[in-house]
Design a protein around this ligand. Structure first.
Ligand SMILES: O=C(O)C(=O)C[C@]1(C(=O)O)C=C[C@@H](O)C=C1
Length: 377
């Protein structure tokens, strides 16, 4: 026992130093905040955080602790941001429980909206359905470019596909929601109809090569199975493949894309509605920099991970049942570098201003690891 007491005494000393340095670090972060306020920079500085994560790993002598030190620093910097945010302007924040601080904002009146893909893409259609035709629109090649445009202030909202009713979740977008501190402010469900498109003179028989997004191929599998000799070439997105077919202008090449893309790029529809399931829908999310709360907000999206205990998922979901909260969606994604551990993406019905919901979230937080609220819409 004496030896254990001695070890614990040493641990106590280290803790004292850690606390001392934590306080010093927070003081410096508050000095950094003042400068950021002067310069009009946002609290979150993702590049700097990545640098810090790289640096602390370099300081490590025992590289086996790489993941743990990164996890610790992610938490330290998150707390640092939360403390900065409290100082910044408390009225723009919603505090849930003791530590969840959400930036709250009003819907923006004049806005720039970004989507992934080329004009005519399904994301573009969802954008127009949600926002109308009057807004400034930007388009990017990759989903992550849309997230970056928001973080860097080049766009105010992003429109991204999250789930298809036939093929399931769009994993990359789920992962990006975890990576970036952005929030879902709305959603739009779009019927997805795919068509086989080509240039004048082409017929189904003249086709040798077909271009589309991987989702386009997956959603039209039964039709494509009838043409085993066709070469399928995966492309960035459906509208981009339609644009390419127009440029190539060959009767042996076709694209799978929307009717809108056919009209926009002047292509002929060789075959209509080739999606396997005629009930084919994609749910798009609208992402912004702040949580936009109103009385109508009725769905809350959360991400969390669990300790590796028997029944931990069951217990966490039981908290919603106990508080009478309806679960509407559950999706899991593997945690990189931690085999067989998962992040759970949960959508529940409710409004974050409701005290019952707040109590449930507080209780949830005590039972899980790393809760992130990613929107109420
Ligand atoms: O460097 C800054 O801008 C800070 O405010 C400090 C700090 C940190 O805690 O290290 C906090 C938040 C930023 O996202 C990046 C880094």
């Amino acid at each position: 026992m004496e030896r254990l007491d001695q070890i614990r005494a040493e641990i106590d000393q280290y803790d004292q130093q850690i606390v001392e340095y934590f306080e010093k670090r927070i003081k410096k972060a508050l000095e950094a905040l003042e400068i950021k306020q002067e310069l009009g920079l946002p609290i979150l500085q993702q590049d700097r955080e990545q640098l810090v994560l790289d640096k602390v790993v370099r300081h490590l002598q025992d590289k086996e602790l790489t993941q743990e030190i990164q996890e610790l620093y992610r938490i330290i910097m998150k707390l640092s941001r939360q403390i900065q945010a409290k100082k910044w302007n408390l009225s723009d924040l919603l505090l849930i429980g003791e530590s969840i601080l959400l930036p709250i904002g009003e819907p923006l009146s004049k806005k720039t909206i970004a989507f992934q893909g080329e004009p005519g893409a399904f994301g573009h259609q969802a954008l127009k359905k949600y926002f109308g035709n009057k807004e400034t629109v930007l388009h990017f090649e990759k989903f992550e470019d849309v997230f970056k445009a928001l973080v860097e202030g080049n766009a105010d909202y992003g429109v991204l596909p999250i789930e298809n009713s036939s093929t399931g979740g769009i994993h990359e977008v789920y992962d990006l929601l975890l990576k970036y501190d952005l929030y879902i402010v709305g959603e739009e469900i779009l019927p997805i109809e795919h068509h086989l498109l080509s240039v004048e003179g082409a017929t189904e028989e003249s086709i040798v090569e077909v271009y589309s997004h991987i989702q386009g191929f997956r959603q039209c599998k039964s039709f494509l199975d009838q043409h085993p000799d066709w070469k399928l070439i995966t492309y960035d997105n459906t509208a981009a493949s339609a644009k390419l077919i127009k440029e190539l202008n060959e009767t042996s090449k076709a694209a799978i894309a929307s009717k809108e893309a056919a009209e926009l790029y002047g292509l002929k529809v060789l075959k209509n509605n080739i999606q396997t399931n005629q009930e084919n829908w994609t749910r798009f999310i609208i992402v912004g920099r702040k949580v936009e709360l109103s009385e109508e907000s009725k769905k809350i999206s959360l991400i969390y991970s669990l300790r590796h205990n028997v029944g931990s998922l069951y217990d966490s979901l039981g908290i919603f049942t106990k508080h009478g909260i309806n679960l509407v969606k559950l999706e899991s994604r593997p945690i990189p570098n931690q085999p067989w551990k998962y992040h759970f993406y949960v959508d529940v019905e409710g409004n974050l201003l409701d005290k019952q919901i707040q109590r449930a979230i507080e209780e949830l937080q005590e039972n899980i690891i790393n809760l992130k609220i990613i929107g109420n819409y």
